[in-house]
Design a protein around this ligand. Sequence first.
Ligand SMILES: [Zn+2]
Ligand SMILES: [Zn+2]
Length: 332
Amino acid sequence: MFYGERELKVETVDDPAPAPDEVVIEIKASGMCGSDLHTFRGPRLEAPTIAGHEPAGIVVGRGSQVPQEWVGRSVMVHHYFGCGRCDQCRLGWTQMCREGATAMGATAPGSHAEYISVPTRTVLPVPEGLSHLAAAAISCGTGTAWGALKRLDLHGDDTIAVFGQGPVGLAATQLASALGARVIALDISPSRLERAHDFGAWETLNPAETDSVPDVVRELTGGRGVSKSLETSGASSAAQEALHVLDLWGVACWVGVGSTIHFDLTEHLYKQITGVPSWTLSVPAMEDCANFVVQRNVDVDALFTDRWRLDEAAAAYELSERRTAGKGVFVP
Ligand SMILES: [Zn+2]
Ligand SMILES: [Zn+2]
């Protein structure tokens, strides 16, 4: 349970009782995401909340409207709940519900628990061959990378600069490489760059060791710059450079929360660049991502460097806050 102001406690709560249209899921994997830290470090919460928003597990219970055959299914959860009726909900962009969405681990109970109960419309089957760990990552971190690459309309003949090689950036490096694109991975941590190389990066680049990132990127690309760029770190300097590394007609995408971009129109107008912020992904895109990962044998499990029990939560978030580690997961 997160209380805000870096306080967390492991507590025993009642098992969730399903509403008529809900299923109860026994959690097999609940991933840790960078955005958990916003709630963890944030102001004191009025009511403590169960953390976690990357759930995967097995259906073990059902509400009165849910058919019996759901029980025993392996599932993952799109972790936002909307009204289910508005245009955005019908498109699968539940997080953008016109009536206002709630999000697991923030405004709705999260998945760092043994059991959760969620509406069936937010639940997707885990395709055969996909682990619960990978399904959990696709529920947010890896899914966010996939959503961004789709917003960028990434193709195999693109060269993409991926800023930040934390869990989302590394997933972007992995998926973009699997899609056939050339990836230039950027991070200030040498160990993260080493991992990016292992995950398929064509080139790696440490901004702390160069005077001008755009100059080096241009050198690597025959003087032109990249066709696509993606910023995942939330650092304003990186968000800015995501624009400056682009070739003519390039497209920049930002998923890292918290940065500010100063936009000099004159420079970018004559390059005809496009900028697209991106917020996680839709329900159908989550299904696409899961299927792609299975079909192309993408080793999403390799993203996870730390496995934790629920009673190790304090140590898990302490490590997560230091931001040097890879990605953690609770395996209750
Ligand atoms: Zn809605
Ligand atoms: Zn997340």
